[in-house]
Each structure stands twice: as C-alpha cells, then as structure tokens.
Design a protein around this ligand. Structure first.
Ligand code: PEP
Ligand code: MG
Length: 325
C-alpha cells in the first residue's frame, strides 16, 4: 500500500472535478522536513518552533534560529513556509525556564501571552524569522490569539524588529505576511474582526476542540469526549472559513483532524484551499482526494449540517469515504 501511495508523490492534489487543495506539512525540525518533502508536501503550513527551544539548555540565539529557519526556507524552493512563533506553556515546558505552576496550564501563561510578556525573546525570534524571509516565501503565525489587541501588540514588536534590521542594514522582507492560529472560541466569535488585521488564518483544531468542548486534550479519562465531528466544531470551522472568505484571506486547517481521510469532504465542502498535515498523512489524504468530487462533498456537508449528533456526522463521513473507495 505504501508503495502504491509513493506513486502519487508528484501527482497534483486535485479532485475528480478539478478542485485543488494544497497539502502542506506540519514540521518541528529539519528532520521532519525531509520526511515531509519525501511525501510530496507542498510547503510547510505549520513549523512548530517549540522544539528548537526545548532541545537545549537555554534560549536559542537569533543566529541559531536564523540558521534553522533559513535552511528550511531554502529546502522548500520557493514554496511557502509558515513559522509559528513560540507556543510554549500548556503541555510544552522548558527545562531551563521556570514557568509558574498553574492550576490550568492550557488556560494559562502560554504561547502569544508568553511572547508578549517576554518581548525581548519574542523580538529575537521575529528578527530570525525576518532574516530567513529573505531566502524564501516565509510567513509568520501567532498562536493562541484571543483578541485584536494581541495581534496589534505582536505586530508592533514585528515593526520594531524590521526597523532594527533596516538600520543595521540586514537583509529581510519588510512585506512579510503575518497570520494567526484560530484555536480559541473567542477568536472564532470575532473571526470577522480578526480577518481585517491579518494575512491569513490557520485553524488549530487540536486546541479549538479542547476549548470548545471543555475537554482537556491530554486527559485520557475523557478522551472519548474529544470529538472533532461534534456539530459545534463543524459550525465553528464554517464561521471562520466564511469570515476569511468575506475578507479575501486564505484559511487552512492545521490540527490533527486535517490528516483524517474521512474529514476530507468537510474541507472540500467548505471550499478550504489548504491543509497542513503530518508527513505520513499527506499521501493518504491525496489518494482520497483523487477519488473524490468537490460537488459531492458540498452535498454531503449540507447533510452533515443537518445532523444533530457527532455520531451522525461521523457515520456520514465514514460512509462517504467507504463509497468513494
Ligand atoms: C492546534 O492546536 O490544532 C495546533 C495545530 O497546534 P498545537 O497542536 O501545536 O497546539
Ligand atoms: Mg494549538
């Protein structure tokens, strides 16, 4: 089966009726980039930079980060690279930096909140990303955004980093795109407002499901309640997609659910144009795409929106996939 899949590495990801969906990769290291490329990834939709910070006993310098970001950008040969700024906290800790003990770490001091508190560290990372942007189509993504204020505050630090680099005569792209992860229900509710402030949305379903359903993504006792096909989740993704389209900005899905072949008609039905997946999920999803019609997906999605339970949605998704096989 794996060998069969490898025959479609170079085949464009287009449905039977000619709708294309970019299949980019989620990576957290140069090694994962290799795996992504050998699976035919069309760019990187989510570079999780945490591991660069977790892999050592101190914060990585601008130079260390720049080297890694530039290498990834160069290996992508002009395809886009979305670098997410540090998403530390929650389940991801640093040995060398004591984060406060928290009752609810996922609701705590993490991600963009950490960066906006430690602007020195944030600016170092932004400078490294800006410098790498000279070597490819590099874009910036802020995690865990809950308000317009956070975007503006982050963009101020970005503007300052650009000013510094310009003054120092260091090459970078001053028109770099900055987008956000939509992964908190508040961000969904104000998606129309956020869309006016950013260049793109990427929906982080891992956190969005956790926060929407109030189900800790790490808690095994309630893992059966962690339900990507919950009608609430479908509606949230639709809201975000519509807000992005109204504003004319791209929207992609970068949570684990993007790699579920059964979920494919949801993205096609909504008219989403990009998924970002773990390397091993790229070819199975592409294989599914090649057998699917976007027009059938749209009809299926209408039916899904009439379902009242996750079980009903899931059953429709499974049946659709089985019939296309
Ligand atoms: C997400 O929350 O869906 C996501 C892609 O980010 P992470 O899993 O790193 O929190
Ligand atoms: Mg997340």
């Amino acid at each position: 089966l794996r060998e069969q899949l490898l025959t479609i590495v170079e085949v464009p990801s287009v449905t039977q009726d000619g709708v294309s969906l970019t299949l980019a990769a989620n990576i957290s290291s140069l090694k994962e980039l290799e795996a992504a490329l050998s699976n035919g990834a069309e760019g990187v939709g989510l570079f999780r930079t945490e591991f660069l910070y977790m892999d050592r006993n101190r914060f990585p310098s601008e130079e260390e980060q720049f080297e890694v970001y530039r290498s990834v950008a160069q290996k992508l040969n002009g395809e886009s690279l979305i670098i997410r700024t540090l998403d530390i906290g929650g389940d991801k800790q640093l040995d060398y930096y004591e984060l406060p003990e928290e009752e609810n770490p996922f609701l705590g001091f993490r991600a963009i909140r950490f960066s906006l508190e430690r602007k020195d560290l944030f600016k170092t990372q932004l400078r490294a990303i800006l410098r790498a942007s000279y070597y490819g189509d590099v874009q910036i993504m802020y995690p865990l955004i809950t308000s317009v204020d956070e975007i503006r505050e982050a963009n101020e630090v970005l503007a300052e980093a650009k000013r510094e680099l310009t003054e120092e005569g260091i090459a970078h792209r001053s028109d770099i795109k900055a987008g956000i992860m939509v992964e908190v229900p508040a961000a969904v509710a104000i998606a129309d407002l956020l869309a006016e402030e950013v260049s793109f949305f990427s929906i982080g379903t891992n956190d969005l499901i956790q926060f929407t359903l109030a189900v800790d993504r790490m808690n095994e006792q309630i893992s059966h309640m962690y339900e990507p096909y919950h009608p609430a989740i479908l509606r949230m993704i639709r809201t975000v997609t519509n807000a992005a389209k109204a504003q004319g900005i791209p929207v992609s899905i970068c949570g684990e659910i993007a790699g579920d072949v059964n979920a494919l008609p949801i993205w096609l039905g909504l008219g989403i144009e990009e998924l970002s997946l773990s390397a091993q999920a790229i070819l199975p999803v592409k294989e599914s795409m090649l057998r699917t019609r976007a027009s059938d997906s749209r009809k299926l999605l209408e039916e899904m929106f009439r379902c009242k339970t996750a079980g009903e949605v899931r059953a429709l998704a499974n049946q659709f996939h089985a019939e296309a096989a």
